[in-house]
Design a protein around this ligand. Structure first.
Ligand code: G3P
Length: 218
């Protein structure tokens, strides 16, 4: 399973990349707005130290302008993935950019029907938003399960399931259980993944016992 980090905060990405766990990055217009920085500068800086896919989202809503924006963003670095919304214009843009050899991430997916369309137009990634489905009292993981099952039925569907709108370690574990290809995780949720009170308690006890031996490894 690949881990992408869902943020436009370059400091956070640099910090977490040092763990060796980060396979790529996703951004969206809201995250860029939160960064307070110029969009293309942020993407260029991320791509200077992240080799894996880095998603940059178009802002236009009509296909001709989305395609132009996609071409401009794709020139920033070879690992830029053009992110388009799951609208008819987004799907048209996905088909054209994918046929040109550009990676495309189709975002704002909330149904299995939408995910089938993204696979049909050759998306590299489909981004179903699990947290936002949970927010409206549905189960986001049911959607991940449906999409994984459907894609597995068709060899020609090569689109990777990228679980987005992840809010907790449980989302990550559930996505892994279902065999999703990628999870994109906000930095706060990524840090929650390694925390366990029994780890802290066990380490404290080991260190106390070790100190009692009076020994030193180095
Ligand atoms: O990648 C999409 C993700 O950033 C959306 O997350 O928490 O705003 O639903 P959220």
């Amino acid at each position: 399973m690949k881990f992408f980090i869902d943020t436009a905060d370059v400091g956070e990405i640099r910090d977490l990349a040092e763990t060796g766990m980060i396979d790529g990055v996703t951004t969206n217009p809201s995250l860029i707005a939160q960064s307070g920085r110029e969009f293309t500068d942020v993407i260029e800086e991320i791509c200077s130290f992240i080799d894996g896919p880095v998603s940059a989202e178009v802002a236009a809503t009509d296909a001709p302008t989305m395609i132009k924006e996609g071409h401009k963003l794709a020139k920033i670095a070879k690992n830029v993935v053009i992110k388009v919304p799951l609208t008819i214009d987004g799907l048209k843009t996905c088909k054209i950019l994918s046929d040109e050899g550009t990676m495309v991430n189709v975002t704002l997916c909330f149904s299995a029907a939408q995910a089938i369309l993204a696979a049909k137009v050759g998306a590299t990634f489909i981004s179903p938003f699990v947290g936002r489905l949970d927010d409206i009292a549905l189960d986001g993981m049911d959607l991940i399960s449906d999409i994984c099952d459907i894609y597995a039925n068709y060899q020609e569907f090569t689109t990777q399931v990228l679980v987005a709108s992840v809010r907790s370690p449980k989302h990550v574990v559930d996505a892994a259980s279902l065999g999703a290809d990628v999870v994109t995780i906000p930095p706060s949720a990524l840090r929650q993944l390694y925390n366990h009170p029994l780890t802290d308690k066990g380490l404290e006890s080991f260190l106390n016992d070790w100190a009692g031996t009076g020994q030193s490894i180095l």
